[in-house]
Unconditional design. Sequence first.
Length: 176
Amino acid sequence: MAQNQVERVIERGLFASRWLMAPMYIGLVGALIILLIGFMQELFHFFLAIPNLNQSDLILGVLSLIDLSLAGNLLLIVIFSGYENFVSKIDTSDQPDQPEWKGTVDFASLKLKLIASIVAISGIHLLKVFMDVKKVDETQIFWMVVIHLVFVASGVLLALMDYISVCGKTKKAASK
């Protein structure tokens, strides 16, 4: 009987330890605020430079803003789904404008969303380099392309692994 009580205390302690992640998600909200400040600074500088911009510089400025907004989206996905998957459910039933995906992103979906966001951000950086290719060293471009392809391949392999895992679970459930 005493062993069961010790086991129960340990299990409750382990379960409660999930709350140690909460400050990390709060810290990510702080990072989102910092990203917003950076976005606003970039937008301000972009507006000031508009009279002197050519078409290429205009596109590069817009791509920089898109890049920052994708990074913000990535942070939100990690904050919401990470908190809900590992700490506690977020009760927003009274909020009509909550994201449709909130509460439905499991760890496998989170991995795929993360890698997809990283590929998109990497692609935008690559596009920015290609828009101003004369200013970047060929070796640097080569490594950026290689790194981007590694991100793409990683995403495809993660999706394939998840697909194989789901197929295995489906076959196992069907055989019962």
